[in-house]
Design a protein around this ligand. Structure first.
Ligand code: NAP
Length: 245
């Protein structure tokens, strides 16, 4: 089905940008949310608009309840509501557990987890009225198995899995599916701190012998958001080359 209204958070770069491109090329109307990377979001939007796709940018810090409300008001003034919500925005941080400050903890939790609560809450009334919706949240394999020196990130991403499962239970009868993907190592700005040697070691440990691309993650998100995926809900789809099984 094409022509749905799709909001992708954190779509200025990386996995979000690849996802925005995939949905736009499918004929959906895509809202590209960004926080700070206005130039990159506008460049993506211009490129896709040039080729005739229906895309626009919406700025908001999704860790702020007020900014999410304002973003949804802006969207409501443009279209009837959001049919497909992709909660992708996220940040990572590597720190020893004992070095994590209150501020670090709150920031990681609010950007990676509270943002999804705010966006789902704002998107759902329209989906419930329509008896149709697709929500795909981006977790991480560290939310499944725990990552050393990323306890706050792992806790937030495990929370994403919990939110996904519980919300799927609540919204099933409304024709709304809620799923998440749990990517492994994907080559984006988020993993740009890794050296060539790190990547080589990670490849070695991965059954497919490869590092993931933003497009690998985007295709998994796109699949879960399809109309035909109506009997799939509350699931965690690993996109990790078999690193975690
Ligand atoms: P990325 O290239 O660093 O991009 C992050 C995106 O999130 C950017 O578009 C950024 O927007 C946006 N963002 C950050 N904070 C935001 C906020 N407060 N409000 C709105 N947008 C915000 O990262 P990525 O690798 O594509 O990651 C995307 C998702 O995949 C994240 O949830 C991440 O945790 C998850 N993930 C990534 C990997 C990996 O290996 N890369 C693995 C597992 C899971 P601005 O630039 O505009 O601020």
């Amino acid at each position: 089905m094409s022509g749905r209204n799709v909001l992708i958070t954190g779509a200025s770069r990386g996995i979000g940008a690849a996802t925005a491109e995939l949905f736009a090329k499918n004929g959906d109307n895509v809202f590209i949310n960004y926080h700070r990377s206005q130039q990159q979001a506008e460049a993506l939007c211009s490129r896709l608009t040039f080729y005739g796709y229906s895309v626009q940018t919406v700025q908001a810090d999704v860790s702020s309840s007020a900014e999410v409300s304002a973003m949804f008001e802006k969207i409501a003034a443009i279209c009837s509501g959001i049919d497909v919500l992709i909660n992708n925005a996220g940040i990572a941080q590597t720190k020893l557990f004992t070095d994590i400050s209150d501020e670090d903890w709150n920031t990681i939790l609010s950007v990676n987890l509270s943002s999804m609560f705010y966006c789902c809450r704002a998107a759902l009334p329209y989906m419930i009225r329509k008896k149709y919706g697709r929500i795909v949240n981006v977790s991480s394999m560290w939310g499944q198995v725990g990552g050393s020196c990323e306890v706050h990130y792992s806790a937030a991403k495990a929370g994403v899995i919990g939110l996904t499962k519980a919300l799927a239970m609540e919204e099933g009868l409304s024709g709304i599916t809620v799923n998440c993907i749990a990517p492994g190592v994907i080559q984006t700005d988020m993993t740009s701190n890794l050296s060539d040697a790190d990547f080589a070691a990670l490849k070695e440990e991965t059954p497919t012998g490869t590092i993931g691309t933003p497009e690998d993650a985007a295709r998994a998100i796109f699949f879960l958001a399809k109309n035909e995926a109506s009997f799939i809900t509350g699931q965690v789809l690993g996109v990790n080359g078999g690193f975690v099984v």
